[in-house]
Write a protein that binds this ligand. Structure first.
Ligand code: IPE
Ligand code: IPE
Ligand code: MG
Length: 254
């Protein structure tokens, strides 16, 4: 199913965010603070992923999207990049059976062609195996960049409409890498930085943004609940006035 864009139709808003997207930042600083190598922070970060997935299931979140490796992270020292790749492989080897047993669908988005063949095969198998699951969709963004996503979608859109010289949002949207999910309701960035770092540029148009100083390895159920509580206090107007929202609530009797 393709979801309507927030700029085309006003989405339904519920107290539990349907879709949470997270920039898992601060692994390196978590480790450095403890006089550990940066990679120890990445290893600990995998545990926080596990906890967050469980917490999302308990709270009824339907989509969880995790920024694991950006298209710019190749600029890091080669040793750190190779540890991150190894961690990704191990996590897939260890966790996919458990995810499948818990009715979790796994998706991986990004330019996967740059990964080694073994990793590409693991990803394809994991996606195939969990494709029919419906309790929670976990999307891992790997070698992902928001600009890459828009450009690859534009390329596919243009190829699918030969000769066309103007296009609409509705024509582009189905080609975006996460077309299977509604736009995120809540964006969380851990680690204290307040930037998007080329994450979901198109899809965050009307997402509520939440930044916390907590380093990703320390992110737990309480930290997630704080983010959701902040989300619940927001008034999502999607361009309308506050008065219009009050009127709408009165009319619908809630
Ligand atoms: C996020 O933590 C993990 C990845 C980018 C892969 P960092 O490694 O960026 O941690 P800091 O920001 O250096 O603390
Ligand atoms: C963003 O974190 C990417 C991921 C968490 C995967 P970075 O740590 O790479 O972001 P910048 O470079 O500080 O913006
Ligand atoms: Mg960082």
């Amino acid at each position: 199913m393709t979801y309507l864009s927030s700029t085309q139709a006003i989405p339904n808003v519920s107290s539990v965010p349907r879709h949470i997207a997270i920039i898992m930042d601060g692994n390196g600083r978590w480790a450095t603070k403890r006089f550990l190598p940066r990679v120890a922070g990445h290893a600990k970060g995998v545990e926080a992923v596990r906890t967050t997935i469980e917490a999302c299931i308990e709270r009824g979140v339907e989509y969880l999207t995790l920024f694991a490796f950006s298209s710019e992270n190749w600029r890091r020292p080669p040793e750190e990049v190779s540890v991150l790749m190894r961690l990704f492989v191990t996590a897939l080897e260890r966790e996919v059976a458990k995810m499948h047993a818990n009715d979790i669908r796994l998706k991986v988005i990004g330019d996967l062609s740059r990964f080694d063949v073994h990793l590409q095969r693991l990803i394809a198998n994991a996606e195939r195996r969990t494709a029919g699951n419906s309790r929670l969709t976990v999307t891992v963004c790997a070698n992902y960049g928001g600009r890459w996503d828009i450009m690859q979608a534009v390329g596919k859109m243009v190829a699918s409409c030969p000769g066309a010289s103007s296009f609409t949002e509705e024509q582009l949207a189905p080609h975006l890498a996460m077309a299977y999910a509604p736009e995120p309701d809540l964006f969380i960035r851990t680690g204290g930085e307040e930037r998007i770092s080329n994450f979901l540029l198109w899809q965050l148009a009307y997402t509520e943004l939440y930044f916390t100083d907590t380093f990703w390895p320390d992110f737990d159920r309480q930290a997630l609940d704080r983010a959701i509580a902040s989300y619940c206090e927001r008034e999502r107007r999607f361009g309308r006035t506050s008065e219009q929202l009050t009127e709408q609530k009165k009319a619908s009797g809630c």
